[in-house]
Design a protein around this ligand. Sequence first.
Ligand SMILES: CC(C)(COP(=O)(O)OP(=O)(O)OC[C@H]1O[C@@H](n2cnc3c(N)ncnc32)[C@H](O)[C@@H]1OP(=O)(O)O)[C@@H](O)C(=O)NCCC(=O)NCCS
Length: 150
Amino acid sequence: MTACSLSFVPMTEDELDWVVEQEASLHRFPWSRGNFTDSLAAGHACWLMLDAGASVGYAVVLDVLDEAHLLNISVVRAAQRRGLGSRLLEHLISTAWEKGLRQFFLEVRPSNLSAIALYRRAGFVEIARRRGYYPSPEGREDAIVMRLEP
Ligand SMILES: CC(C)(COP(=O)(O)OP(=O)(O)OC[C@H]1O[C@@H](n2cnc3c(N)ncnc32)[C@H](O)[C@@H]1OP(=O)(O)O)[C@@H](O)C(=O)NCCC(=O)NCCS
């Protein structure tokens, strides 16, 4: 565990080559460069997580009224299962509360067992399903909607 050397910095256009490369290797249906550019332009909270100065993860959160919506959270494969995803999620949640947001939501594929385990461990609970929300190799896949319990 290298948690002492972690830092969180706002993502900029300068990091997008790295982010897009990681995104393509970490997700079966990756965001495009345009998705990240649009998120930055829209003012979404876009974060990089650094471990001893090296980028090891990133995340994007959309704020709507008093709600935070997690749109993307990713940890590079070589650094997974060392608690970094949890640390990044904790950072996103504490930042949202500091901004005065009052609720935190996310959507996740039922097939993404590692992400579901991460979210449950952080205190998220399932509140709804969106039928056929995501594209999948089999056609469509539901989304589980989760909310952070107070
Ligand atoms: C989901 C993801 C961010 C988790 O990051 P991580 O750094 O590995 O997570 P952590 O090490 O903090 O794990 C926290 C907990 O989540 C669960 N978890 C994480 N990865 C898991 C896996 N592969 N299998 C089962 N449980 C897992 C465990 O409960 C784990 O706690 P434990 O290690 O003490 O058992 C990472 O796997 C990832 O980037 N996946 C690809 C991108 C993605 O699917 N993002 C989510 C949708 S946008």
